[in-house]
Design a protein around this ligand. Structure first.
Ligand code: P6P
Length: 283
């Protein structure tokens, strides 16, 4: 596992330089989700694949930018799924973006996830790794230095409501509005990594990417985005559930790029999600 985390650190340093130095533009190709690829998407994916390939414990990798998994070392122990540069279109407007990693053993499902990590490329480059605890590191002079263990409060102050409001179901709209009515502050950039990082560092709140009338199964991918953050939020003392109130890490995954509605937050906010979504079933 250590060699994988070291590969992630080397990737982060190279990608952070690429974000600054490489020109912004489209590659002229689309990824497996039909999204246009930026040159930075393709370059970040290449950097991570090269670095992970040096770790003999990696059996296979799966990238959000590619439709199929790639076998690396036949006798490897771990499977690594990653989103090489999540929210990459935000680079064009100089907002923070990130890389997300899920480390699995013996299969691609929530139950098989054994560790996860993400990198935030912002005013500073930071790394959060969750094995037993959720630990935050900062890149200083070419090295990642330990900053703190992340712990969520029982109740927070931040509300990060994703997806197109026009397509929200009425019960989801009521949930979001109920938090604002309690004085929660809107914190949403459209970048999953900085938006979830902010709630973790500030101690709590709710990030929601629900199922909507136009995308009933949501937009965020289980293997590359949702399961890794679910693990990090739980290790930080929070909760992570889907629209049926199920624990996200209990979910299976039948297709590599499968999506799910997802809610990440402190205990109080996740309880509210359960209440509003349960009410919608009886309505
Ligand atoms: P919306 C970025 O494209 C991304 O995949 C996540 O980083 C982010 O949370 C989400 O999409 C934003 O989607 O529909 O709210 O703009």
């Amino acid at each position: 596992m250590t060699e994988i985390i070291e590969a992630i650190k080397r990737s982060a340093i190279k990608i952070s330089k690429a974000i600054v130095d490489e020109e912004f533009g489209y590659e002229g190709s689309v990824n497996s989700s039909g999204e246009e690829q930026l040159k930075l998407d393709v370059l970040s994916d290449k950097i991570i694949e090269e670095e992970l390939s040096t770790a003999s414990s990696v059996k296979a990798i799966a990238s959000e930018e590619k439709s199929e998994e790639t076998l690396i070392h036949e006798n490897g122990k771990y499977l690594v799924a990653y989103d090489p540069l999540d929210g990459s279109s935000l680079v064009d407007v100089n907002l923070s973006v990130g890389s997300i990693f899920g480390i699995y053993e013996n299969g691609w499902s929530g139950k098989n996830l054994v560790a996860s990590a993400y990198v935030v490329y912002g005013p500073r480059v930071e790394l959060v790794v969750a094995t037993i605890k959720a630990e935050r590191f900062i890149l200083r002079n070419g090295k990642f230095e330990f900053l703190q263990e992340l712990q969520l409060l029982q109740k927070g102050k931040l509300n990060a409501p994703g997806a197109t409001q026009k397509y929200w179901y009425p019960h989801h709209k009521a949930l979001v509005e109920s938090l604002f009515a309690e004085g929660y502050r809107l914190r949403y950039s459209g970048g999953m990594v900085p938006d979830l990082h902010q709630i973790l560092v500030k101690g709590g709140g709710l990030f929601s990417y629900p199922g909507t009338k136009d995308k009933p199964r949501g937009k965020l991918r289980k293997l590359f985005e949702v399961f890794p953050f679910a693990n990090i939020y739980e290790k930080a003392g929070g909760r992570a559930i889907n629209d049926a109130g199920e624990r996200l890490l209990d979910l299976s995954c039948s297709e590599l790029h499968e999506t799910t509605p997802c809610f990440f937050g402190s205990h109080y906010e996740i309880k509210k999600v359960r209440e509003y979504y349960a009410k919608s079933k009886t309505a």
